[in-house]
Design a protein around this ligand. Sequence first.
Ligand code: ZN
Length: 151
Amino acid sequence: MQEHCKCGQRYDLDFRLVDYKKHVSIDNVPVLICPKCEHEEVLPWIKGDLGSLLRSLPLDEEPYGLDYTEFNELALIMYTIFTCSEADTKDALKAEIQASCISRINALLDLYRCAGDAGDRSWMAEIELRLAQFTEKVAVDDGREARFSPA
Ligand SMILES: [Zn+2]
C-alpha cells in the first residue's frame, strides 16, 4: 500500500462522498488524504472496483445515492474498523484492518471450497468476485489455495 504522499507526509485514511456525473452520490468511498499538502486520492486498491461499479450504474433515473460499503468488501472492513476501532495510531489501525481482511479472506476461501465441493459454478463465480475485491492483497493459485501478501 502506498502510504506516503509525494511530499513525504504519511497519508491519513478517510471516507468521502463521491458524485458521479451529478447523478449518483456514492458515500463512504475510502480515500487517502495528506494532512500536510491536502493531496487526496481514492484508495489505490479499490480504484478498479469503483470504476467498474460506476460503469454499471444506471443513469436514466432520478438522481440517487448509494453506500459503497454495500458493494465492496474491503471498503466495508475499512469503514467498520475506522468508525468502531479504539486503535489510536495509524499502525494499529492498519494492523487491525489487515487482520480483519485475513479472516474475511479465509472465510471466503472456506466458502469457495464448499462451493467447489458442491460443484456450484455460479456460487464459485460470485465468491471469486468478492475475493477479487482484495485482489492486490491476495493471489489465488489454481483456484483453491490463496496466499495473503500483507502490504
Ligand atoms: Zn502531501
